[in-house]
Design a protein around this ligand. Sequence first.
Ligand code: ADP
Length: 424
Amino acid sequence: MNKKYIYIGLFIVTIIGLSIVQYQYFRIGLNLAGVQFNEKMGAVLEDVKKDFVNKNELTFLIGSALKDEEADFNLSKDSVQEASVYFLDSYLKEKMLQNGIKTDYGFHLYSTDSINYLTSNTYHDDIDDIVKFPIQLEGYLPTLLEKQLILELQFKNVNKYFLSQLNGLTIPSIIFLIILIAVITWVFRAFYLQKNLITTTNEFINNLTHELKTPVFSIGVASKILEEKVNDDQKELVGMIRTQVDRLNGQIEKVLELEIIEGKKNFMDLKEIDLKPVIDSIVNNYKELSTIENFSFTGKISGNSFDVLGDVYHLENSIISLLENAKKYSEQDVWIQLEAFIENKFLVITVTDRGIGIGEEEKKKIFDKYYRVSQGDIHTVKGYGLGLHYVKRVVHLHRGSIKVTSNLGKGSIFRIKIPLLRND
Ligand code: ADP
């Protein structure tokens, strides 16, 4: 599966997991708030019960209101009732505040024979979501009225109140969760946009370099031929063309090599192709080159066609890289041979030289990225240690193999094997 979807999946699972954990904490918080509220209310009711046992200013006023008395007060019955409701409300509010409860409430004072005595304005009779705390009063008032009296405190929407108490926890955790989602989404987006941009740029560079490779190679060969034919005055100019073409060629090759080394798999355009004409053309070009540069080159091609599933540009480039190395790593009397033949359903291409050769230890490393035999640096031979790594990757992506046989001071044979489509 695409890594991108694995990361996105993990991210979604993490966010869902975190949300569930937060929700559980939130529920625990709500329960704890409920338990705490009940405890506080227990303390409030205990205090109220105690305060109502004896005759005091409040119980006396309430007692007067309940007994329909105007005694001691120069006021009407309604006014005494109103005053009682007001003072009882203030008293209860104060008691609750002392115990850390600050929310809307209502109260109702009634007798067990269902006579309503005092009711606060905020008392609701017919609402569902309501929590009631009744206490049976003892002492002064029940004795005065000779009845059992109940003082009931009620709270509506307590959950809302608990929620408001948890806001200090829930709001920050929701905000942090949103920030986390936003930041990770932004990072994902930025990363994949960047990746797409790189892929598009790489594809463009890839195509452009491919298109440049063949004409530049041909200009190079043509300018070498021209150099031999022009008179001395013109030689300098053609020489300039050659040097610049060589430089350009070098740059193109570096781009091609790097492209592969960066590990892009789909840079290869595998098609059913006949490699025979491609190898023939390389041989012809090298023959021309060998006469100009005065080295010995032989091409031995046997077979009518080499049908493979391959990418012409990269295969051509790989063969040229091997030939260039054979030339680069030979001192005097450069001798190079290119052979191509069919062996057991495989196309075999060998590049043999009689150059400086490669030591036993080095042979294992020369295909590694950036590896150069140290002796190679001491010589005037230029390179980045990418050529053989590139060739090896190209051959492997063609399901082929590459081997080297070499003797120090005697020369080397690089042997490429690529599976054929048909065994002609
Ligand atoms: P570069 O030529 O840029 O150094 P390569 O990957 O093409 O990088 O080669 C890696 C090393 O392998 C070279 O530095 C050289 O020492 C050695 N090498 C490659 N081809 C030959 C050869 N035909 N003969 C001797 N040594 C070679």
